[in-house]
Design a protein around this ligand. Structure first.
Ligand code: MTE
Ligand code: MOS
Length: 787
């Protein structure tokens, strides 16, 4: 079964927020935001903007009828700034006008006088100053401090991990439509309709039931609309409340990049202790998360960093410290992997550093320390159905890791300026929201008299294939054709209090809830049939290909006939299912528990070629063995694996999110922020799925897939590093991501660059490597000078 939306997407027929027919008298809003990262507002002047022809009103914090507060976990975020600004792009005022053009023109006529304060952009500096959000947390396992003495080798290092822009195709947007009785319907591009509902109710001073949030689908979220869709929806609602007219607010790409938070940059210190044969005995890490100006979801993201800091490895002695550091950047937020990737990158760096010192292949240490069944994770959960080694062994069997290494070594011996490298990247990702409370979902199922079915869940379709999965699950449970099933928009009046569509758990949670709703309807239909046909065992009734069977034999009834009979017999054809993931808990006072329903495992092998003269590289191949359990829809899931991988590769290599000391993003458009494209993707991408593996926790044995494959991309960093070290075997390259071609070039030729600085370049060298390096640097300088 193809993604349900595939054809309509391709034809451009799928509707997003601003594709809905425009209501008469609709108005358009535009946001005036701070251009200063940190300062006190002395004077805000909106008078001139207000006089522009077509401007209906200009709203500021003073115009909020309710509370000026939209923080999702910690109440530290205003909708519109009051007195002070904390990041470039912070919304200060809202123009409402008769056209988007007029609204944007008016924004340019607003002025604000700000007394500038020095912004902080470095998380370590923020930490030193005590600018910490929530409380720092520490996970412990074993006894790290008393283990160092037993280690043959201890290595320490630092990682600086860059953020990542979401680049969802559909930028942030919302349309608010006033309803009778003072209510509001909000069409929002959000992953979290209930969060929008609550925040809009709060800022308008209304009860939740006056706000209806409707989401047909969103044009990608990737975590960027888990919380950060809320502000724009609230602003549209505020304008609609004041004007009594429908109001639409659409961020331009430029404003979206400027005003919204991104994946959190991290700066981390690691210390790893190993034996000389490669066993990891102790691992200590300190993570300084660059949280941005407000909490947003940072504390939850930090929690997942803590959970995934040992990735797919068993380490008997562990200490993980992590803190959310408040800086003057836009509030950083959820992004596919949710803090997990940063945690994993650091331990992969530690392993690289230790093996480079030992002269051991990195994959040897990785393999020696892979999780085995029943191993204790630092947060107190023992691994079950552990597939770390299984996926690695499968990958080894299919692709022969030792042979790859040998092939690369001999290539590198034979080639001078072109080097190859590879890395194996195992992953282990916990499934469930780490906040246990959020692991609940509801589904509303209606069977209509013609046998067609309408389903509303709390899940949002964002391209990941949720509706295709839910339709497949429902069709299977009912025994009917998927074409009979329509998945409705996600709407807070039909399904209440949904959690965000996030944590990769949307199909799991909403699929289970749908199964529970369908179970109720089937039970009623079966007892009806038992009664009608004088049968004795309801459990012997099944529906297969729309035929109703008893004990496997035809009954002469089919689905439409059964439904029709139920209707005329006054049997309810609707049901509401509610699911809460069983068996999960976490005690934050002890930092121990069983937070995850299960884990997703997999292993990737990434091969690259680096041009050491130019710093450029190609990703030659990515070979993956992945654990999907029993996929509901293999095609959709393969799409998730490829898409996740692309984002992971981009994060590690090309996507450089640069900001300066004044808190302005330098890479603030798609011209300066380089995304991986189809040509950047590996020439060969092979994805093997573990076969005949079950997952008792997922609907029909499936496993969540949304986020884990992103983390395969981390391997690209270490593959490139491997190639770089073939060129400069003794160099101790930094663990700073992304490893852009520019950085590769600079790092490979750092010595030469140093000489260049001191004017010592004339001290001519005969070493061929350095002659090439000088050429490379000159070439690079020319390139920069030519723009
Ligand atoms: N795939 C597409 N096409 N678009 C998206 O926005 N978001 C990712 C992932 N895959 C996303 C996506 C993220 S961050 C998550 S958490 C999951 O999908 C959410 O959906 P799921 O829970 O159904 O996997
Ligand atoms: Mo995904 S980062 O959990 O929205």
């Amino acid at each position: 079964m193809k993604h349900i939306d595939a054809a309509a997407h391709t034809r451009g027929e799928s509707q997003y927020v601003d594709d809905l027919p425009q209501p008469a008298e609709m108005l358009y809003a535009a946001v005036f935001s701070s251009d200063v990262a940190h300062g006190k507002i002395l004077k805000l002047d909106t008078a001139k903007a207000g006089t522009i022809d077509g401007v209906v009103m200009v709203l500021t914090a003073a115009d909020l009828p309710g509370e000026n507060q939209i923080g999702p976990i910690i109440q530290d975020e205003t909708l519109l700034a009051v007195d002070a600004v904390h990041y470039v792009g912070e919304p200060v005022a809202l123009v409402v006008a008769t056209s988007p053009e007029v609204a944007h023109k008016a924004v340019k006529n607003i002025s604000v006088k700000i007394k500038e304060l020095r912004p902080v952009t470095d998380p370590r500096e923020a930490f030193a100053k005590g600018q910490i959000i929530g409380t720092p947390r520490t996970f412990h396992l074993g006894d790290v401090d008393n283990t160092w003495a037993q280690c043959d080798l201890i290595m320490e290092g630092r990682c600086d991990i860059s953020g990542q822009e979401h680049v969802y195709l559909e930028t942030q947007r919302a349309r608010a439509v006033p309803l009778e009785g003072g209510g509001m319907r909000i069409h929002s591009s959000t992953q979290s309709p209930a969060a929008v509902q609550r925040a809009a109710a709060k800022i308008l001073g209304l009860p939740n039931n006056k706000i209806e949030v409707d989401v047909k689908r969103i044009g990608g979220g990737f975590g960027g609309k888990e919380d950060q869709a809320t502000a724009w929806s609230c602003l549209a609602a505020l304008a609609a409340w004041h004007t009594g007219k429908p109001v639409e607010l659409v961020l331009s790409r430029h404003d979206d990049i400027k005003m919204t938070g991104k994946r959190h940059p991290y700066s981390s210190d690691f210390k790893i202790g190993v034996t000389k044969d490669g066993k990891i005995l102790a691992y200590e890490v300190k993570h300084y998360q660059n949280s941005g100006a407000t909490a947003d979801l940072s504390t939850a993201v930090l929690e997942r960093t803590l959970f995934h800091s040992t990735n797919s490895y068993f380490v008997p002695n562990v200490k993980i410290f992590a803190a959310c550091c408040r800086t003057n950047l836009p509030p950083n937020t959820a992004f596919r992997g949710f803090g997990g990737p940063q945690g994993m990158f650091v331990i992969e760096s530690a392993i690289a550093k230790a093996t480079e010192k030992l002269g051991m292949p990195r994959e040897e240490m990785q393999y020696k320390n892979l999780l085995q069944e029943g191993d204790m994770l630092p947060y107190g959960q023992r691994t079950a159905d552990t597939r770390s080694r299984i996926t690695w062994d499968e990958a080894d069997k299919a692709f022969n890791i030792a042979a790859i290494h040998k092939r690369i070594d001999s290539y590198n011996e034979a080639h001078f300026e072109i080097k190859k490298g590879f890395a194996v990247m195992p992953i282990c990702f916990g499934i469930s929201f780490t906040n246990t409370m959020l692991n609940q979902a509801s589904s509303l199922v209606h069977v209509y008299t013609d046998g067609s079915v309408g389903i509303t869940t709390g899940g949002v379709e964002m391209g990941q294939g949720l509706i295709t999965n839910i339709a497949a699950i429902a069709a299977k449970a009912l025994g009917i054709r998927p074409e009979r099933i329509k998945i409705e928009s996600t709407n807070t009046t039909r399904v209440a209090n949904m959690s965000a569509s996030a944590a990769s758990a949307t199909t799991d949670l909403n699929g289970h809830a749908t199964l529970l709703a369908i179970g109720q309807i089937l039970e009623r239909l079966k007892s009806l049939l038992v009664h009608e046909q004088h049968l004795s065992h309801a459990e012997k009734i099944t529906i297969v290909d729309e035929q109703v069977l008893y004990d496997g034999q035809p009954t002469g009834w089919d689905w439409p006939k059964l439904v029709q009979k139920a209707y005329t017999s006054r049997v309810a054809l609707s049901a509401h299912g509610y699911y809460a993931t069983p068996g999960i808990w976490f005690d934050r006072t002890k930092e121990k528990g069983h937070p995850f329903a299960y884990h997703v495992f997999g292993t990737a092998i990434i091969e690259v070629t680096v041009d050491c003269l130019r710093g450029t590289y190609d990703i030659n191949s990515v070979k993956i063995v992945h654990d999907l359990g029993r996929p509901i829809n293999e095609l959709v899931d393969r799409g998730q694996i490829e898409g996740g991988l692309a984002q992971g590769l981009g994060w590690m290599t090309l996507e450089e999110l640069k900001f300066d000391d004044t808190g302005h993003y330098l890479s603030n458009s798609l011209a300066t922020y380089k995304l991986p494209d189809v040509y950047f993707m590996p020439d060969l991408l092979e994805v093997k799925l573990l076969e005949n593996v079950d997952n008792p926790r997922g609907p029909y044995g499936t496993k969540a897939v949304g986020e884990p494959p992103l983390m395969y991309g981390i391997g690209a960093f270490f593959a490139i590093r491997h190639a770089m070290r073939a060129f400069r075997p003794k160099a101790d390259f930094p663990f700073h991501s992304p490893l852009t071609p520019e950085k590769v070039l600079m790092q490979l030729h750092a010595e030469v660059l140093d000489n260049l600085k001191d004017g010592k370049l004339e001290k001519k060298t005969k070493r061929r490597r350095d002659v090439l390096a000088i050429k490379a640097v000159v070439l690079f300088k020319q390139k920069i000078e030519n723009g």
